[in-house]
Design a protein around this ligand. Structure first.
Ligand code: BJW
Length: 254
């Protein structure tokens, strides 16, 4: 751990990539592994555009269930430490695959201000945003809608009356190219820490290797081994909510 702490200096360019594991201690289920969502639900029936086209009601019921579950969750110590680092380190970038909004809530809680658009690079969108399924001209590209349940299922676009869809990135869909560019630029860093991701979903998983090629000291924080474990410079085995506060405490003591 000291090998990491000694590199977390005010001049260091620090990038953190998070996945579902960072929210596990908040009560948000992960996708893979024991208790993961994909144990009970098949991704291809719920997290693809084809699935939505086939059965939008089923897909929306799953997202409405997850919205209610996440609405009852609070950011944990891992989210709060990372929000604190964004203030402590001048060259800090946070990239997340998570759609739950808990990093943003942690900014509000730890820094007493809402998260700005550059505070969190969200690769896979947000569960709290929606889009018109037809991308109708009258509607914005996406908008926030934080209702956990909708009076009509599946919910409809207030502008054209067609369906709306969750504002997340499903399998087979392209990520927002601007967002990918921002994340790729952040792999030009001195320290790259991957936290709570199984490192199997691309392009996110590729950023770890990209950072290593760019000369970063790479670190993984995860209770389980992943495909990235053997290639990182340092693998810290444990929960993000335990390890990150430990690292933070050591930084304070320096
Ligand atoms: C803890 C913990 C604790 C537990 N503390 N840790 C290159 C190679 C191969 C395939 C591809 C490739 N490029 C693209 C692909 C295809 C595909 C892909 O990657 N497939 C692989 C699965 C094989 N990628 C895509 O389709 C992407 N699109 C794309 O690349 O567009 C270009 C393109 C277009 C057309 C064709 C091909 C390419 C889009 C990916 C979108 C992913 N979407 C989801 C759903 C989001 C919406 C929603 O939430 O409903 O995103 S899937 C799901 O996986 C979600 C997550 O963000 C993502 C990653 O999961 P994550 O975060 O890693 O979670 P888990 O559950 O997997 O892992 C949790 C980890 O936490 C575990 O390791 C635990 O041990 C750990 N943990 N407790 C710390 N307390």
């Amino acid at each position: 751990m000291q090998a990491l702490v000694s590199r977390l200096t005010p001049s260091a360019r620090i990038t953190v990539l998070t996945g579902a594991g960072v929210s596990a201690a908040s009560g948000v289920p992960t996708f893979r592994g024991a208790g993961g969502l994909w144990k009970n639900f098949r991704p291809e029936t719920l997290a693809t555009a084809e699935a939505f086209g086939r059965d939008p009601r089923l897909v929306w019921e799953w997202y409405a269930w997850r919205r209610s579950l996440i609405a009852a969750c609070e950011p944990n110590e891992a989210h709060l430490v990372l929000a604190g680092w964004s203030r402590r380190f001048p060259h800090f970038t946070l990239i997340t695959q998570n759609v739950d909004g808990l990093h943003e809530s942690a900014f509000a809680k730890a820094l007493s201000r809402p998260a700005g658009p550059t505070d969190v690079i969200r690769l896979h969108g947000s569960i709290w945003e929606v889009r018109c399924w037809q991308d109708c001209d009258a509607s914005p590209k996406w908008w926030r809608d934080e209702r956990a349940t909708f009076p009509e299922m599946p919910p409809r676009c207030p502008h054209c009356g067609d369906l709306i869809r969750p504002g997340v990135v499903w399998f087979g869909e392209s990520l927002d190219p601007d967002v990918v560019s921002q994340a790729a630029a952040a792999t030009e860093c001195d320290v790259f820490i991957t936290v709570g991701t199984s490192a199997v979903v691309y392009p996110a998983a590729g950023f770890i290797e990209q950072a290593r090629r760019n000369g970063a000291f790479t670190v993984e924080i995860n209770p389980e081994a992943t495909p990235a474990t053997r290639s990182v410079d340092l693998a810290l085995q444990g929960g993000a909510e335990t390890i990150l506060p430990q690292v933070d405490k050591l930084i304070m003591a320096v």
